[in-house]
Design a protein around this ligand. Sequence first.
Ligand code: MN
Length: 285
Amino acid sequence: MLICRFNMQCLGVVADEVVYDVTRALEILPRVDWPLPAGDMMIGNIAKIRDRIADILPGATGVPVRSVSLHSPVANPPKIVGAPVNYREHVAEAERDKETFFQHQLVRIQEIGLFLKSSTSVSGPAEGISLRRLDRRTDHEVELAVIIGKIADRVKHEDALSYVAGYTIGLDMTCRGREERSLRKSIDSYSVLGPWMATADEIPNPDSLDLELSVNGQLRQKANTGDLIMDVSDLIAFASSFYTLYPGDVIMTGTPAGVGPVMPGDVIMARIERIGQMDVVVKAA
Ligand code: MN
């Protein structure tokens, strides 16, 4: 099932370019007082939400997907985890010397580890990207983004995928410079998520998905998640060995070769197999 958040507070199911309004499913969410528990409430209750959606969907009203504003499918991600240098840069090189290349790359990401982006950097297709620091270069990075569905604390590799609520497309926008990554990647709107969440059952194997990104119609990045050095299960096990993952946490799995600069006025098209595609407008903040 493809579940979107649209027109700010509405919940939708997407099928054949139509959004069906299933906002009433949110009525099952618990009424809670401050302080709120950690995690995104909708994602943390996704099983109950889906049960309600099943009741509501046959009678739901549909409107064309182009007529609504699509926002990040995760409204309140507690944290956004990033993975640096996580694609085998050159498939040919990897195939020529698989063992050595793979080991070398694996050591690199395990030495560097993961980084965090600010949860307030989240944006959606409707909001787009607002570039700051126009004196600097800002690059696009298209990534498979994993949405965690339940509390994951030191999970085993073989159990890791059972903690996933779904998948979405992530743009890990990056301002170039010498500062810490987390600063340069945490600018408002620099973590675009969308256009919706494909629930985990839609994607039995996240480690074999084509992904691509173009800017103004020009192809910049094209790869398959099969080229990930640390795959989705590796990343969940590795991240949760350091910190607990909460419902709504997003793991951006890393970007393949082909990153490049964007400017105000550009339109980014990002697509991932089995999820969908989105157009994201770049403007100046
Ligand atoms: Mn990245």
